[in-house]
Design a protein around this ligand. Structure first.
Ligand SMILES: NC(=O)c1ccc[n+]([C@@H]2O[C@H](COP(=O)([O-])OP(=O)(O)OC[C@H]3O[C@@H](n4cnc5c(N)ncnc54)[C@H](O)[C@@H]3O)[C@@H](O)[C@H]2O)c1
Ligand SMILES: [Zn+2]
Length: 374
């Protein structure tokens, strides 16, 4: 097991990464100072994860002297909603959780984003622990403190900055991920590589899931380090550095929302968004065509979609884009790369809505949406 301390202006927290450490959840929480023995807690998870890992975390919490109540939400992006926020909070009230209680979020990015949001408003904020069980959540969403839910109008439109009290990532839980969910996580890994780490980008071409148990902890570590460093330098997106983590996300979020949550997994939509961002980077930032081709090749290596079906309507995607939080006062700040390993924010006016529309139209002209249509 290794640990990584993430700096945060509100409170720093420790990330524990290792193999077969789920059963130590309670003991690790006891080592922290945020939860007293005897405290009640909610163990929130989704239906898939509940079926796979029914007892180990609950048992370890009880052994450590806590009183867990299990709350289960439906699996999938649609659970990132205000309706689920209310349902989870009601279940916590019923279980008599109070301001000395805490929440454990065991699952992927959906459970983590939802639970983080609930934790930030329950009794005006109680501690929560991330126990991420997907590639996306272990390499990305469990750290950084962004919580949120969707509204019919757009992704993550309601949310808070609320760092977890601790993160416990058991790499062995990734073994049960279906291929599609495993691969989508690599969209965020590729994103980190593009903006920060050329070596990681090159290494990923050698990655095969078969026999990857030894490689996975190292990949997770590199990604956590990249994200932790960026977040520590610009936690609240004041300087624009953190915004680089949005590479592929402006178009990606719009595609995800316009297609209807569940049509594309988050990572799949981001892969499509990265193709659009790569094309715009070629036009505006001198991103070499050869590197763009390698980016597309790497996404195909992980069976990620790099286009959309020809009949895809562009208008709903443009409408969703217009509601995006990243469209500050109508001035698009778009993440561009001039070479793998480096990224910058566009200047106001540099990327126009017309350019983005064209990039989206081109996504439907060279469709390769195999995994997205599964
Ligand atoms: N807060 C952030 O900074 C941040 C960063 C990146 C992504 N996100 C968000 O994360 C979400 C995507 O996360 P995700 O891909 O983890 O989605 P997810 O939570 O929906 O998990 C994907 C699927 O895998 C299943 N699953 C989870 N763990 C499993 C396991 N160990 N074995 C088998 N199945 C398992 C889930 O039930 C679900 O069906 C999106 O909503 C995205 O917006 C947030
Ligand atoms: Zn993402």
């Amino acid at each position: 097991m290794y640990t990584l301390d993430v700096r945060s202006e509100s409170r720093p927290y420790r990330v524990h990464v290792g193999r077969n450490i789920l059963a130590r959840t309670g003991a690790i929480i006891r080592e922290g100072t945020f939860a007293r023995p005897g405290a009640r807690c909610a163990l929130v998870t989704d239906h898939h994860v509940a079926a796979l890992y029914a007892e180990n975390v609950s048992a370890s919490l009880r052994t450590a002297g806590y009183f867990p109540s299990v709350v289960t939400v439906p699996a999938g992006e649609t659970s990132k909603s205000m309706a689920e926020v209310a349902r989870v909070a009601d279940a916590m009230v019923d279980a008599r959780l109070d301001r000395l209680s805490f929440i454990v979020a065991r699952g992927g990015g959906v459970v983590g984003d939802l639970v983080g949001f609930v934790a930030s408003i329950y009794y005006r904020g109680i501690p929560f622990v991330q126990v991420p069980t997907t590639v996306i959540s272990q390499v990305d969403s469990a750290i950084g403190g962004k919580t949120g839910v969707n509204t019919p109008a757009g992704k993550n439109l309601l949310g808070t900055f609320y760092p977890p009290a601790a993160v416990i990532a058991d790499v062995d839980t990734l073994d049960t991920l279906p291929a599609r969910e495993f691969n989508e996580g690599f969209a965020e890994v590729i994103k980190h590589a593009v903006i920060r780490d050329r070596g990681l980008f090159d290494d990923l071409f050698q990655f095969e899931r078969q026999g990857a148990c030894d490689a996975m902890p190292g990949i997770i570590r590199r990604n956590l380090e990249i994200k932790a460093e960026v977040v520590a330098a610009d936690e609240f997106e004041r300087t624009g550095l953190r915004a680089l983590l949005n590479f592929g996300h402006t178009v990606g979020h719009a595609v995800e929302q316009a297609a209807g949550y569940g049509r594309f997994l988050h990572g799949e939509a981001i892969a499509i968004g990265m193709v659009a961002a790569g094309r715009l980077s070629m036009e505006l930032a001198g991103f070499p065509a050869k590197e763009f081709c390698r980016l597309v090749e790497l996404m195909r290596h992980f069976s990620l979609p790099t286009g959309m079906p020809r009949e895809t309507a562009v208008e709903p995607i443009m409408a969703s884009l217009a509601r995006d939080k990243k469209f500050e006062a109508a001035a698009v700040r778009f993440v561009l790369t001039s070479r793998i390993g480096e990224a910058r924010l566009s200047e106001p006016g540099e990327v126009t809505t017309a350019m983005i529309r064209l990039a989206i139209e081109r996504l439907t002209r060279s469709p390769d949406s195999s995994s997205g249509s599964a």
